[in-house]
Ligand binder design. Structure first.
Ligand SMILES: Cc1cc2nc3c(=O)[nH]c(=O)nc-3n(C[C@H](O)[C@H](O)[C@H](O)COP(=O)(O)OP(=O)(O)OC[C@H]3O[C@@H](n4cnc5c(N)ncnc54)[C@H](O)[C@@H]3O)c2cc1C
Length: 392
């Protein structure tokens, strides 16, 4: 089976998305590495523009605002968005995390209500799963949603909530049965962020954007905001976390960084006598290694897309993709600092910055990729247990 799309499959779509990014992404974003690591106000305007251009949720059925496109087409779009430096936090959370989950276990009324709002770029989701004492150990979450008449009343504290400062809705996990053992008794909801009792507190991150904590105090959400079955949220959430780990946007973003590094070594002197950095064997070796690893990551991303189109399960494959591309992004960032040297620390806007300050931005943002959406250690565990059938 051919894995990487043919030039014919790729070229037109890729070109259209890249042109769109060039026209639409605000100047302020240029030079920053945004994918999956941070959120910011820029992503709101970009998300709306993305919706108006018809690039959101194309793999969803037409009745729900999509275009019934293949996962392969979505992978091509995601790769191009990543390469085009798009601010993707809202896109990833709304489409990959919430929307794809809704397709799995939402009812038709919920799909008909939310998916077209997302494809139009009008509804932006954040994900309220992590809490101060519950990250990898999702089953330990303490936020409660207690049924009261036609509503659930929610109380708790979420943290590391990307995009909460701009989101219209939250994909919320809360405990509906406080007496059940920890993996049971969790349910998933959709929550309007303007509901009284929701308070968002933003804070800066090493990567340069913001993350949030969200305080929920006696927030009343209607009973029909429950997604899937009550108390089955842990099982459902595990399925939806798998969906989050599709990695083509990061494959595109890491290729952009690598291309910028190659361009740098081809133009920079190494010895003051006309030799270029690109002539140095150690530099060639490092860049060759990174290029080979990038090819593996890309092939894997397209393999996942083709498997999804063929209706195959991809749980451990998603974890492999997420793990691999996170490590690759960090390896490219580290190599950049090693090869460029002290000049790699100058930020966008500085007269000494190279590649518009891309390199320090990637360096600062890359560690988060090994945490957000499930840490690298957790991905290794999934690959061993679900992929290789090792004991839990
Ligand atoms: C940039 C960024 C964006 C994020 N966005 C969101 C968001 O939008 N919504 C949301 O809900 N959450 C979000 N998160 C939170 C993220 O999901 C958690 O950080 C992650 O799941 C790890 O949880 P934790 O931070 O509580 O660390 P912990 O779970 O306390 O882990 C600490 C360390 O211990 C290791 N560890 C834990 N358990 C095991 C184990 N069983 N085996 C081996 N090692 C283990 C981890 O790998 C990690 O290195 C985001 C995080 C980041 C960094």
């Amino acid at each position: 089976m051919r894995i990487i799309p043919t030039d014919g499959e790729l070229a037109g779509l890729r070109r259209q998305v890249l042109d769109f990014c060039a026209k639409t992404i605000p100047e302020t974003v240029f030079g920053l590495e945004r994918q999956g690591t941070m959120s910011d106000g820029d992503s709101k305007d970009f998300f709306k523009a993305l919706g108006m251009a018809g690039w959101i949720g194309r793999h969803w059925p037409e009745q729900f605002g999509g275009k019934s496109a293949t996962h392969l087409e979505t992978a091509i779009i995601d790769e191009a968005l990543g390469y085009g430096r798009a601010p993707l936090s809202a896109y990833l959370l709304s489409v990959k995390v919430f929307g794809n989950s809704l397709m799995l276990f939402g009812n038709d009324a919920q799909k008909a209500k939310y998916l077209p709002m997302i494809t139009a770029g009008d509804a932006m989701f954040c994900q309220g799963f992590s809490e101060p004492m519950a990250g990898s150990d999702f089953g330990s979450l303490r936020t409660t949603a207690i049924r009261d008449g036609d509503d659930y009343v929610v109380n708790g504290h979420k943290i590391w909530t990307s995009s909460a400062e701009v989101a219209t809705h939250m994909y919320l996990a809360a405990r509906t049965d406080t007496k059940a053992v920890k993996h049971r008794g969790i349910s998933l909801f959709v929550m309007d962020m303007t509901t009284p009792g929701v308070r968002v507190n933003s804070f800066g991150t090493l990567g340069g954007g913001v993350l949030n904590e969200v305080f929920l105090e006696n927030v009343r959400i209607p009973a029909d905001a429950l997604l899937g079955e009550e108390n089955r949220g842990f099982h459902q959430a595990m399925q939806s976390l798998d969906l989050e780990r599709s990695c083509m946007d990061r494959v595109g973003a890491s290729k952009f960084s690598l291309d910028q590094l190659v361009q740098y070594v081809e133009t920079q002197g190494s010895d003051g006598r006309g030799g270029r950095l690109a002539d140095v064997p150690a530099v060639q070796e490092k860049i060759g290694e990174l290029r080979a690893k990038w090819q593996v990551a890309r092939s894997f991303g397209y393999l996942i897309a083709r498997n999804l189109d063929a209706g195959k399960g991809v749980s451990a494959e998603f974890s492999f993709g997420k793990l691999y591309v996170g490590l690759l992004t960090q390896a490219i960032a580290d190599a950049t600092v090693d090869i460029v040297g002290p000049q790699a620390q100058f930020e966008n806007g500085s007269p000494l910055a190279v590649a518009n300050g891309l390199f320090p931005a990637v360096f600062r943002a890359s560690p988060a990729l090994t945490l957000a959406g499930g840490s690298s250690e957790i991905q290794r565990g999934v690959i061993a247990v679900r992929g290789l059938g090792m004991p839990r």
